[in-house]
Design a protein around this ligand. Structure first.
Ligand code: NAD
Ligand code: WQD
Length: 336
């Protein structure tokens, strides 16, 4: 199939491009590089030894989006392009609503105009809000505490209404839990700008000596050791989940959790990182981070049942691969 991957130069996008190319698909990437670099596209080619088409463009630009649909015979779209920093979305809500929602509307508009009926959307476990774990697709969604989460919940509703009105349209809404890790080549991975907000990149940068210690946000949650519990999923498992979703698309809207079903606390992750890489991670307990919930993990059985997909890589592999990329990235970038 010929797949248009928006946001394909980003963290999850690059890994999914690798999985799509390895499964024999052709890939067209549209990315404005607002949170990535063109070098990551070269790395995808290097890993797969295959070519892909890359357009540096904004997917809120309707004319440019239409130009792609008219030039290429597209069989399906995977829509990753989006802004994802929760804290920034509170400060710049309009930027988030505009980017994340208009992009979904423009892409679906041209899907309809050009008869493209396969659409895979990057949603997030954040749409569950502070529900009871494990989160299951049939749950009523609770309000999220930030505009970023709202853009995901709204995009889900927009896609659902479009599919209701167009019986041929097939949509997979994939709710990711906490993607971590990197390709085993160490060539692509997560490289956040500035101080990382997320746990695994922060831990990796403590390991690298960039920060003295990890700040653990609260140890008084009702969890196994008082620290927050999340469902970390290897980005390569996530990437394979997209290929499975495309292969099994059926008419209507179908929502799938992509997680492992396994909760890991902050301190358990620190311990796993130390064990996987033989590096001590000093930490201190500090105040809770506003907006955090105690526990978030998936019931991942639907994706297994309907897509034949299951996450295969464990927390040790996630920590090992995250660290390999961090070390390699240092060599690649900081030596320049
Ligand atoms: P990322 O920032 O690494 O990748 C997103 C890519 O989209 C970037 O390359 C960026 O340059 C591009 N982009 C953003 N807006 C664009 C626009 N208007 N036009 C063209 N390109 C644009 O993020 P990621 O972690 O790979 O996330 C991919 C998707 O998955 C996002 O929609 C994100 O909200 C969602 N998601 C991510 C996580 C996570 O923790 N990483 C969890 C749940 C959902
Ligand atoms: C994980 C745990 C923190 C950093 C976020 C978004 C979510 C989704 C994934 C996009 C929590 C603790 C963290 C640190 C810490 N993204 N922590 N010290 O908050 O579960 O999810 O990314 O859709 O929408 O909210 O991930 O990695 O930030 O935090 O103690 O320096 O680690 O409190 O318990 P989170 P995270």
């Amino acid at each position: 199939m010929n797949i248009l991957v928006t946001g394909g130069a980003g963290y999850i996008g690059t890994h999914t491009c690798v999985a799509l190319l390895e499964a024999g698909n052709s890939v067209i990437v549209a990315d404005n590089l607002c949170n990535s670099t063109a070098e990551s596209i070269e790395k995808v080619k290097q890993i797969t030894n295959k070519e892909l088409t890359f357009y540096q463009m904004d997917v809120t630009d309707a004319e440019k989006v239409e130009a792609i649909f008219s030039k290429h015979k597209i069989d399906g779209v995977i829509h990753f392009a989006g802004l994802k920093a929760v804290g920034e979305s509170v400060v710049k809500p309009l930027t988030y609503y505009y980017n994340n929602i208009i992009s979904t509307m423009i892409l679906t508009k041209y899907c309809q105009k050009y008869g493209v009926n396969r659409f895979v959307f990057s949603s997030s476990a954040t749409v569950y809000g502070d529900n009871t774990v494990p989160f299951i697709e049939t749950m009523d969604l609770l309000p999220t505490t930030n505009p970023y989460g709202e853009t995901k919940a709204m995009s889900e509703r927009i896609l659902t209404d479009i599919a209701k009105a167009n019986p041929e349209f097939s949509v997979a809404i994939l709710r990711y839990f906490n993607p971590v890790g990197a390709h085993e080549s160490g060539l692509i991975g997560e490289a956040p700008n500035g101080i990382p907000n997320n746990l695994m990149p922060y831990v990796s940068q403590v390991a690298k000596g960039k920060f003295e210690k990890l700040r653990v946000f609260g140890n008084d949650y009702p969890t196994i050791d008082g620290t927050g519990v999340r469902d970390y999923i290897h980005v390569l498992d996530l990437a394979e989940g997209h290929v499975a979703a495309l292969d099994h698309l059926k008419n209507g809207v179908h929502v799938y959790n992509l997680g492992t079903g396994q909760g890991t606390s902050v301190l358990e992750l620190v311990k796993a990182f130390e064990e996987a890489n033989g590096i001590d991670i000093p930490y201190e307990i500090v105040e809770r981070r506003p907006g955090d919930i105690a526990s978030c993990y998936a019931d991942a059985s639907k994706a297994n049942r309907e897509l034949g997909w299951t996450a295969r890589r464990d927390i040790i592999a996630m920590c090992r691969d995250a660290w390999r990329f961090e070390k390699n990235y240092k060599d690649l970038v900081e030596s320049k």
